[in-house]
Write a protein that binds this ligand. Structure first.
Ligand code: ACO
Length: 426
Protein backbone atom coordinates (compact mmCIF):
# COMPACT_ATOMS: atom_id res chain seq x y z
CA UNK A 1 0.00 0.00 0.00
CA UNK A 2 1.33 3.44 -0.83
CA UNK A 3 2.26 5.73 2.05
CA UNK A 4 -0.07 8.44 3.31
CA UNK A 5 0.06 11.27 5.82
CA UNK A 6 -2.75 11.86 8.29
CA UNK A 7 -3.86 15.33 9.30
CA UNK A 8 -6.12 15.89 12.30
CA UNK A 9 -8.11 19.10 12.24
CA UNK A 10 -11.17 20.07 14.26
CA UNK A 11 -11.75 16.48 15.35
CA UNK A 12 -11.59 14.95 11.88
CA UNK A 13 -8.79 12.93 10.34
CA UNK A 14 -7.82 13.49 6.71
CA UNK A 15 -5.42 11.37 4.73
CA UNK A 16 -3.13 12.60 1.96
CA UNK A 17 -0.99 10.52 -0.38
CA UNK A 18 2.80 10.67 -0.21
CA UNK A 19 4.48 10.75 -3.59
CA UNK A 20 8.08 9.59 -4.08
CA UNK A 21 10.52 10.80 -6.72
CA UNK A 22 13.06 8.67 -8.59
CA UNK A 23 15.77 9.53 -6.06
CA UNK A 24 13.58 8.84 -3.05
CA UNK A 25 12.53 12.44 -2.23
CA UNK A 26 9.07 12.48 -0.68
CA UNK A 27 6.21 14.97 -0.84
CA UNK A 28 2.72 15.15 0.58
CA UNK A 29 0.26 15.59 -2.23
CA UNK A 30 -2.04 18.29 -0.85
CA UNK A 31 -3.90 19.03 -4.05
CA UNK A 32 -7.20 18.14 -2.30
CA UNK A 33 -6.34 19.93 0.95
CA UNK A 34 -8.55 22.98 0.57
CA UNK A 35 -11.39 21.06 -1.01
CA UNK A 36 -11.45 18.50 1.84
CA UNK A 37 -10.51 20.63 4.86
CA UNK A 38 -10.99 24.30 3.94
CA UNK A 39 -7.32 24.89 4.80
CA UNK A 40 -4.49 26.18 2.68
CA UNK A 41 -0.76 25.98 3.44
CA UNK A 42 1.42 29.00 4.18
CA UNK A 43 5.06 28.75 3.12
CA UNK A 44 6.82 32.10 2.64
CA UNK A 45 9.58 31.79 0.04
CA UNK A 46 8.19 28.33 -0.88
CA UNK A 47 11.05 26.64 0.99
CA UNK A 48 8.84 23.57 1.65
CA UNK A 49 6.72 23.67 -1.44
CA UNK A 50 7.12 21.55 -4.54
CA UNK A 51 5.43 23.41 -7.39
CA UNK A 52 5.62 20.58 -9.91
CA UNK A 53 7.06 17.18 -10.71
CA UNK A 54 9.90 17.39 -13.20
CA UNK A 55 12.14 14.93 -15.04
CA UNK A 56 14.78 17.47 -16.07
CA UNK A 57 17.21 18.23 -13.24
CA UNK A 58 17.98 16.50 -9.98
CA UNK A 59 19.78 18.23 -7.16
CA UNK A 60 20.52 17.15 -3.63
CA UNK A 61 21.46 20.19 -1.58
CA UNK A 62 22.73 18.20 1.39
CA UNK A 63 25.06 16.03 -0.68
CA UNK A 64 25.98 18.69 -3.24
CA UNK A 65 24.68 16.71 -6.23
CA UNK A 66 23.48 18.18 -9.53
CA UNK A 67 22.46 16.14 -12.57
CA UNK A 68 20.79 17.02 -15.87
CA UNK A 69 18.56 14.21 -17.14
CA UNK A 70 20.45 11.92 -14.78
CA UNK A 71 23.97 12.87 -15.96
CA UNK A 72 26.24 14.48 -13.31
CA UNK A 73 27.22 18.06 -14.22
CA UNK A 74 30.85 17.17 -13.52
CA UNK A 75 30.78 14.76 -16.50
CA UNK A 76 28.99 17.23 -18.74
CA UNK A 77 31.37 20.07 -17.86
CA UNK A 78 34.31 17.85 -18.72
CA UNK A 79 33.09 16.04 -21.84
CA UNK A 80 30.08 17.80 -23.32
CA UNK A 81 29.54 21.03 -25.24
CA UNK A 82 26.95 23.65 -24.37
CA UNK A 83 24.93 22.85 -27.51
CA UNK A 84 24.92 19.13 -26.70
CA UNK A 85 23.75 19.95 -23.16
CA UNK A 86 21.05 22.23 -24.57
CA UNK A 87 19.81 19.27 -26.63
CA UNK A 88 19.95 16.98 -23.62
CA UNK A 89 17.93 19.32 -21.41
CA UNK A 90 15.26 20.10 -23.98
CA UNK A 91 14.92 16.66 -25.60
CA UNK A 92 15.65 14.45 -22.61
CA UNK A 93 18.61 12.57 -24.13
CA UNK A 94 21.98 13.19 -25.69
CA UNK A 95 21.89 13.77 -29.46
CA UNK A 96 23.39 11.42 -32.01
CA UNK A 97 26.19 12.77 -34.21
CA UNK A 98 23.68 13.47 -36.98
CA UNK A 99 21.25 15.24 -34.66
CA UNK A 100 24.02 17.40 -33.29
CA UNK A 101 25.02 18.39 -36.80
CA UNK A 102 21.40 19.23 -37.66
CA UNK A 103 21.09 21.41 -34.56
CA UNK A 104 24.32 23.24 -35.41
CA UNK A 105 23.01 23.98 -38.90
CA UNK A 106 19.74 25.30 -37.44
CA UNK A 107 21.59 27.46 -34.93
CA UNK A 108 23.62 28.96 -37.73
CA UNK A 109 20.52 29.57 -39.89
CA UNK A 110 18.76 31.44 -37.08
CA UNK A 111 21.67 33.37 -35.64
CA UNK A 112 20.99 36.74 -37.28
CA UNK A 113 18.61 39.21 -35.69
CA UNK A 114 16.31 41.52 -37.59
CA UNK A 115 18.29 44.60 -38.66
CA UNK A 116 15.56 46.89 -37.28
CA UNK A 117 16.33 45.59 -33.79
CA UNK A 118 19.59 47.53 -33.86
CA UNK A 119 17.55 50.76 -33.77
CA UNK A 120 16.04 49.59 -30.47
CA UNK A 121 19.48 49.16 -28.96
CA UNK A 122 20.62 52.57 -30.10
CA UNK A 123 17.69 54.23 -28.34
CA UNK A 124 18.28 52.80 -24.88
CA UNK A 125 19.80 55.53 -22.70
CA UNK A 126 23.58 55.20 -22.30
CA UNK A 127 24.39 53.35 -19.13
CA UNK A 128 21.26 51.13 -19.27
CA UNK A 129 21.90 47.83 -17.56
CA UNK A 130 22.41 45.02 -20.13
CA UNK A 131 19.97 42.77 -18.24
CA UNK A 132 17.19 45.33 -18.65
CA UNK A 133 18.04 45.59 -22.34
CA UNK A 134 18.16 41.79 -22.82
CA UNK A 135 14.82 41.29 -21.07
CA UNK A 136 13.20 43.98 -23.23
CA UNK A 137 14.74 42.60 -26.42
CA UNK A 138 13.68 39.03 -25.65
CA UNK A 139 10.13 40.30 -25.32
CA UNK A 140 10.49 42.41 -28.47
CA UNK A 141 11.42 39.28 -30.46
CA UNK A 142 7.72 38.39 -30.40
CA UNK A 143 7.00 41.49 -32.51
CA UNK A 144 9.64 40.56 -35.06
CA UNK A 145 9.01 36.84 -35.29
CA UNK A 146 5.70 35.05 -35.35
CA UNK A 147 4.46 33.05 -32.42
CA UNK A 148 4.34 29.49 -33.68
CA UNK A 149 3.21 27.40 -30.81
CA UNK A 150 0.71 25.01 -32.25
CA UNK A 151 2.86 22.41 -34.02
CA UNK A 152 5.84 20.62 -32.47
CA UNK A 153 8.12 21.50 -35.38
CA UNK A 154 7.20 25.18 -35.16
CA UNK A 155 7.78 25.27 -31.41
CA UNK A 156 11.22 23.84 -32.07
CA UNK A 157 12.00 26.66 -34.50
CA UNK A 158 10.94 29.26 -31.91
CA UNK A 159 13.20 27.54 -29.39
CA UNK A 160 16.17 27.50 -31.79
CA UNK A 161 15.52 31.12 -32.68
CA UNK A 162 15.66 32.17 -29.04
CA UNK A 163 18.74 30.14 -28.22
CA UNK A 164 20.67 31.26 -31.25
CA UNK A 165 19.63 34.91 -31.30
CA UNK A 166 20.12 35.52 -27.60
CA UNK A 167 23.87 35.26 -28.02
CA UNK A 168 23.84 37.59 -31.05
CA UNK A 169 21.66 40.07 -29.15
CA UNK A 170 23.92 40.03 -26.09
CA UNK A 171 27.05 40.67 -28.15
CA UNK A 172 25.25 43.32 -30.18
CA UNK A 173 24.22 45.22 -27.06
CA UNK A 174 27.84 45.23 -25.90
CA UNK A 175 29.13 46.50 -29.24
CA UNK A 176 26.49 49.22 -29.49
CA UNK A 177 27.07 50.30 -25.87
CA UNK A 178 30.74 50.82 -26.75
CA UNK A 179 29.93 52.65 -29.94
CA UNK A 180 31.55 49.88 -31.98
CA UNK A 181 30.46 48.31 -35.23
CA UNK A 182 28.25 45.25 -34.73
CA UNK A 183 29.99 41.95 -35.62
CA UNK A 184 27.79 39.35 -37.29
CA UNK A 185 27.83 35.63 -36.47
CA UNK A 186 30.11 33.49 -38.62
CA UNK A 187 29.00 30.18 -40.14
CA UNK A 188 32.42 28.58 -39.58
CA UNK A 189 32.41 29.14 -35.82
CA UNK A 190 30.67 27.09 -33.17
CA UNK A 191 28.33 28.59 -30.56
CA UNK A 192 30.84 29.70 -27.91
CA UNK A 193 33.62 30.77 -30.29
CA UNK A 194 31.06 32.71 -32.32
CA UNK A 195 29.91 34.58 -29.25
CA UNK A 196 33.43 35.55 -28.21
CA UNK A 197 34.18 36.66 -31.75
CA UNK A 198 31.02 38.79 -31.93
CA UNK A 199 31.98 40.38 -28.62
CA UNK A 200 35.62 41.14 -29.23
CA UNK A 201 36.44 41.19 -32.94
CA UNK A 202 37.00 44.67 -34.37
CA UNK A 203 37.94 45.76 -37.92
CA UNK A 204 41.34 46.94 -36.67
CA UNK A 205 41.99 44.18 -34.19
CA UNK A 206 40.88 40.74 -35.39
CA UNK A 207 39.95 38.50 -32.48
CA UNK A 208 42.21 35.51 -31.94
CA UNK A 209 40.07 32.60 -30.82
CA UNK A 210 41.67 30.88 -27.88
CA UNK A 211 40.61 27.26 -27.31
CA UNK A 212 41.12 27.53 -23.54
CA UNK A 213 38.57 30.34 -23.36
CA UNK A 214 36.16 28.58 -25.72
CA UNK A 215 36.30 25.45 -23.57
CA UNK A 216 35.89 27.51 -20.39
CA UNK A 217 32.84 29.25 -21.85
CA UNK A 218 31.35 25.90 -22.85
CA UNK A 219 31.79 24.64 -19.28
CA UNK A 220 30.54 27.93 -17.76
CA UNK A 221 27.31 27.77 -19.79
CA UNK A 222 26.87 24.03 -19.15
CA UNK A 223 27.11 24.65 -15.40
CA UNK A 224 24.48 27.38 -15.59
CA UNK A 225 22.12 25.52 -17.93
CA UNK A 226 19.48 24.43 -15.41
CA UNK A 227 18.88 24.37 -11.69
CA UNK A 228 15.35 23.03 -11.22
CA UNK A 229 12.74 25.33 -9.64
CA UNK A 230 14.88 28.38 -8.77
CA UNK A 231 13.48 31.93 -8.75
CA UNK A 232 13.81 32.69 -12.48
CA UNK A 233 12.74 29.21 -13.64
CA UNK A 234 9.69 29.33 -11.40
CA UNK A 235 8.97 32.74 -12.92
CA UNK A 236 9.13 31.31 -16.44
CA UNK A 237 6.78 28.48 -15.45
CA UNK A 238 4.40 30.81 -13.62
CA UNK A 239 4.27 33.45 -16.34
CA UNK A 240 4.03 30.70 -18.96
CA UNK A 241 1.10 29.12 -17.10
CA UNK A 242 -1.05 32.03 -18.25
CA UNK A 243 -0.30 30.70 -21.78
CA UNK A 244 1.63 33.81 -22.69
CA UNK A 245 4.02 33.45 -25.65
CA UNK A 246 7.43 31.88 -24.98
CA UNK A 247 9.35 35.12 -25.64
CA UNK A 248 7.39 36.93 -22.92
CA UNK A 249 7.90 34.09 -20.43
CA UNK A 250 11.66 34.13 -21.11
CA UNK A 251 11.75 37.91 -20.81
CA UNK A 252 10.19 37.55 -17.34
CA UNK A 253 12.79 34.90 -16.44
CA UNK A 254 15.61 37.25 -17.44
CA UNK A 255 14.12 40.01 -15.27
CA UNK A 256 13.89 37.61 -12.30
CA UNK A 257 17.48 36.46 -12.76
CA UNK A 258 18.73 40.05 -12.59
CA UNK A 259 18.30 40.33 -8.80
CA UNK A 260 21.46 40.28 -6.66
CA UNK A 261 20.09 37.47 -4.47
CA UNK A 262 19.79 35.36 -7.64
CA UNK A 263 21.82 35.61 -10.88
CA UNK A 264 22.86 39.20 -10.24
CA UNK A 265 25.14 37.86 -7.51
CA UNK A 266 27.95 37.17 -10.02
CA UNK A 267 28.28 40.89 -10.71
CA UNK A 268 27.92 41.66 -6.99
CA UNK A 269 30.74 39.22 -6.13
CA UNK A 270 33.28 41.00 -8.33
CA UNK A 271 32.15 44.38 -7.03
CA UNK A 272 32.61 43.05 -3.49
CA UNK A 273 36.08 41.66 -4.28
CA UNK A 274 37.12 44.97 -5.87
CA UNK A 275 35.87 46.78 -2.77
CA UNK A 276 37.90 44.44 -0.54
CA UNK A 277 40.95 45.10 -2.74
CA UNK A 278 40.38 48.86 -2.33
CA UNK A 279 40.37 48.40 1.43
CA UNK A 280 43.85 46.86 1.43
CA UNK A 281 42.58 43.32 0.71
CA UNK A 282 41.15 43.21 4.24
CA UNK A 283 38.77 40.29 3.70
CA UNK A 284 38.22 39.95 7.46
CA UNK A 285 36.41 43.29 7.32
CA UNK A 286 33.92 41.78 4.82
CA UNK A 287 33.45 38.71 7.03
CA UNK A 288 32.75 40.95 10.02
CA UNK A 289 30.26 43.04 8.07
CA UNK A 290 28.47 39.90 6.78
CA UNK A 291 28.08 38.61 10.35
CA UNK A 292 26.80 41.91 11.71
CA UNK A 293 23.04 41.67 12.22
CA UNK A 294 22.73 45.46 11.92
CA UNK A 295 24.49 45.57 8.59
CA UNK A 296 22.49 44.49 5.51
CA UNK A 297 25.74 43.41 3.78
CA UNK A 298 25.97 39.73 2.83
CA UNK A 299 28.95 37.83 1.56
CA UNK A 300 27.98 37.71 -2.11
CA UNK A 301 28.39 34.34 -3.79
CA UNK A 302 27.91 32.59 -0.46
CA UNK A 303 24.88 30.64 0.70
CA UNK A 304 22.11 28.94 -1.18
CA UNK A 305 18.49 28.07 -0.52
CA UNK A 306 18.98 24.43 -1.43
CA UNK A 307 22.72 23.68 -1.10
CA UNK A 308 23.74 23.13 2.48
CA UNK A 309 27.04 21.71 1.23
CA UNK A 310 29.59 22.98 -1.31
CA UNK A 311 27.82 23.87 -4.56
CA UNK A 312 29.23 21.34 -7.09
CA UNK A 313 29.27 24.05 -9.76
CA UNK A 314 31.43 26.30 -7.57
CA UNK A 315 33.87 23.44 -7.06
CA UNK A 316 34.32 22.99 -10.82
CA UNK A 317 34.53 26.73 -11.47
CA UNK A 318 37.15 27.23 -8.77
CA UNK A 319 39.34 24.61 -10.44
CA UNK A 320 38.65 26.13 -13.82
CA UNK A 321 39.71 29.59 -12.59
CA UNK A 322 43.15 28.22 -11.77
CA UNK A 323 43.44 26.38 -15.09
CA UNK A 324 42.30 29.31 -17.24
CA UNK A 325 44.51 31.89 -15.53
CA UNK A 326 47.48 29.56 -15.57
CA UNK A 327 47.10 28.64 -19.27
CA UNK A 328 46.63 32.24 -20.28
CA UNK A 329 49.37 33.38 -17.92
CA UNK A 330 47.08 35.93 -16.31
CA UNK A 331 47.37 36.96 -12.68
CA UNK A 332 44.18 38.28 -11.20
CA UNK A 333 44.60 39.56 -7.64
CA UNK A 334 40.85 39.09 -7.14
CA UNK A 335 41.32 35.31 -7.34
CA UNK A 336 43.70 35.41 -4.40
CA UNK A 337 41.29 37.58 -2.42
CA UNK A 338 38.42 35.23 -3.27
CA UNK A 339 40.38 32.18 -2.10
CA UNK A 340 41.41 33.84 1.15
CA UNK A 341 37.89 35.06 1.75
CA UNK A 342 36.52 31.57 1.13
CA UNK A 343 38.99 29.97 3.50
CA UNK A 344 38.26 32.51 6.22
CA UNK A 345 34.49 32.04 5.84
CA UNK A 346 34.65 28.25 5.77
CA UNK A 347 36.51 28.19 9.09
CA UNK A 348 34.29 30.79 10.75
CA UNK A 349 31.59 29.56 13.18
CA UNK A 350 28.92 31.85 11.74
CA UNK A 351 29.27 30.37 8.24
CA UNK A 352 29.75 26.82 9.55
CA UNK A 353 26.62 26.94 11.70
CA UNK A 354 24.51 28.33 8.89
CA UNK A 355 25.96 25.95 6.27
CA UNK A 356 27.06 28.81 4.05
CA UNK A 357 29.35 27.68 1.23
CA UNK A 358 30.44 29.34 -2.02
CA UNK A 359 27.75 29.12 -4.68
CA UNK A 360 28.04 29.14 -8.49
CA UNK A 361 28.55 32.90 -8.56
CA UNK A 362 31.57 33.05 -6.28
CA UNK A 363 34.25 32.04 -8.79
CA UNK A 364 32.45 32.47 -12.12
CA UNK A 365 33.23 36.20 -12.38
CA UNK A 366 36.99 35.58 -12.32
CA UNK A 367 36.66 33.39 -15.42
CA UNK A 368 34.45 35.93 -17.15
CA UNK A 369 36.99 38.66 -16.38
CA UNK A 370 39.71 36.53 -17.93
CA UNK A 371 37.59 36.37 -21.09
CA UNK A 372 37.32 40.16 -21.13
CA UNK A 373 33.58 40.22 -20.34
CA UNK A 374 32.68 43.51 -18.63
CA UNK A 375 31.28 43.16 -15.10
CA UNK A 376 27.86 44.58 -15.95
CA UNK A 377 27.42 41.77 -18.51
CA UNK A 378 28.08 38.91 -16.09
CA UNK A 379 24.42 38.29 -15.41
CA UNK A 380 23.71 38.36 -19.15
CA UNK A 381 26.24 35.52 -19.45
CA UNK A 382 24.31 33.63 -16.79
CA UNK A 383 21.04 34.31 -18.66
CA UNK A 384 22.40 32.89 -21.94
CA UNK A 385 23.49 29.77 -20.05
CA UNK A 386 20.17 29.40 -18.22
CA UNK A 387 18.04 29.81 -21.35
CA UNK A 388 17.93 26.08 -22.26
CA UNK A 389 16.82 25.28 -18.70
CA UNK A 390 14.01 27.84 -18.85
CA UNK A 391 12.91 26.50 -22.23
CA UNK A 392 13.05 22.85 -21.12
CA UNK A 393 11.04 23.65 -17.99
CA UNK A 394 8.53 25.75 -19.93
CA UNK A 395 8.13 22.95 -22.49
CA UNK A 396 7.69 20.34 -19.78
CA UNK A 397 4.97 22.42 -18.14
CA UNK A 398 3.18 22.97 -21.46
CA UNK A 399 3.25 19.23 -22.21
CA UNK A 400 1.95 18.35 -18.74
CA UNK A 401 -1.81 17.70 -18.89
CA UNK A 402 -2.03 18.48 -15.15
CA UNK A 403 -0.30 21.89 -15.48
CA UNK A 404 -2.68 24.66 -14.50
CA UNK A 405 -2.69 28.41 -14.29
CA UNK A 406 -0.38 29.17 -11.34
CA UNK A 407 -2.31 31.12 -8.82
CA UNK A 408 -1.25 30.87 -5.17
CA UNK A 409 -3.59 31.86 -2.35
CA UNK A 410 -2.96 34.04 0.67
CA UNK A 411 -4.02 34.60 4.25
CA UNK A 412 -5.54 38.05 4.38
CA UNK A 413 -4.36 40.12 7.36
CA UNK A 414 -5.75 43.55 6.43
CA UNK A 415 -8.72 45.61 7.61
CA UNK A 416 -12.04 43.93 8.25
CA UNK A 417 -14.95 45.27 6.22
CA UNK A 418 -15.13 49.07 6.58
CA UNK A 419 -17.55 51.43 4.91
CA UNK A 420 -16.50 54.03 2.38
CA UNK A 421 -16.28 57.55 3.87
CA UNK A 422 -17.20 60.43 1.63
CA UNK A 423 -14.32 62.80 0.85
CA UNK A 424 -15.83 65.75 2.82
CA UNK A 425 -16.28 63.62 5.94
CA UNK A 426 -12.70 62.32 6.21
N1 ACO B 1 26.31 36.25 4.03
C1 ACO B 1 25.99 36.38 5.35
N2 ACO B 1 24.94 35.77 5.93
C2 ACO B 1 24.18 35.00 5.15
C3 ACO B 1 24.43 34.80 3.77
C4 ACO B 1 25.55 35.47 3.23
N3 ACO B 1 25.87 35.34 1.94
N4 ACO B 1 23.51 33.98 3.25
C5 ACO B 1 22.68 33.67 4.25
N5 ACO B 1 23.06 34.28 5.39
C6 ACO B 1 22.45 34.14 6.72
C7 ACO B 1 21.20 35.02 6.83
O1 ACO B 1 21.50 36.30 7.34
C8 ACO B 1 20.36 34.20 7.75
O2 ACO B 1 20.80 34.43 9.06
P1 ACO B 1 19.76 34.36 10.31
O3 ACO B 1 19.22 32.97 10.32
O4 ACO B 1 20.61 34.68 11.49
O5 ACO B 1 18.72 35.39 10.03
C9 ACO B 1 20.69 32.76 7.40
O6 ACO B 1 22.01 32.81 6.84
C10 ACO B 1 19.76 32.15 6.36
O7 ACO B 1 19.64 33.04 5.29
P2 ACO B 1 18.31 33.21 4.46
O8 ACO B 1 18.38 34.48 3.68
O9 ACO B 1 17.11 33.00 5.32
O10 ACO B 1 18.45 31.94 3.52
P3 ACO B 1 17.84 31.79 2.10
O11 ACO B 1 17.81 30.36 1.81
O12 ACO B 1 16.56 32.54 1.97
O13 ACO B 1 18.92 32.58 1.22
C11 ACO B 1 20.39 33.27 -0.42
C12 ACO B 1 19.65 32.09 0.19
C13 ACO B 1 19.38 34.35 -0.85
C14 ACO B 1 21.12 32.80 -1.66
C15 ACO B 1 21.40 33.86 0.62
O14 ACO B 1 22.30 32.87 1.03
C16 ACO B 1 22.13 35.09 0.09
O15 ACO B 1 21.60 36.21 0.17
N6 ACO B 1 23.38 34.90 -0.46
C17 ACO B 1 24.13 36.00 -1.05
C18 ACO B 1 23.62 36.28 -2.45
C19 ACO B 1 24.00 35.20 -3.43
O16 ACO B 1 25.16 34.77 -3.49
N7 ACO B 1 23.02 34.77 -4.24
C20 ACO B 1 23.26 33.78 -5.30
C21 ACO B 1 22.62 32.47 -4.96
S1 ACO B 1 22.90 31.29 -6.23
C22 ACO B 1 21.86 31.73 -7.45
O17 ACO B 1 20.76 32.17 -7.26
C23 ACO B 1 22.29 31.59 -8.79
Amino acid sequence: MSATVKLEFEGKIYEFPVITGTEGEKAIDISRLRQDTGLITLDPGYANTGSCTSAITFMDGEKGILRYRGIPVEQLAEHSSFIETVYLLINGRLPTRRELKEVSVLFNDHSLVHEDMQIFYQNFPRGSHPMGILSSMANALRSFYPELQAIEEEINITVVRLLSKVRTMAAMSYKISRGHKVVYPRPDLKYCANFLNMMFDTPVNPYQIDETLVRALDAFWILHADHEQNCSTSTVRLVGSGRVNLYAAISAGIAALWGPLHGGANQAVIEMLIDIQKHGSDYQRAIKKAKDKNDPFRLMGFGHRVYKAYDPRARILKKMCDQVLETLKITDPLLEIAKELEEAALTDDYFIEKNLYPNVDFYSGIILRAMGIPTNMFTVMFAIGRLPGWIAQWKESMDDPEWKLCRPRQIYTGQEKTDYIALDER
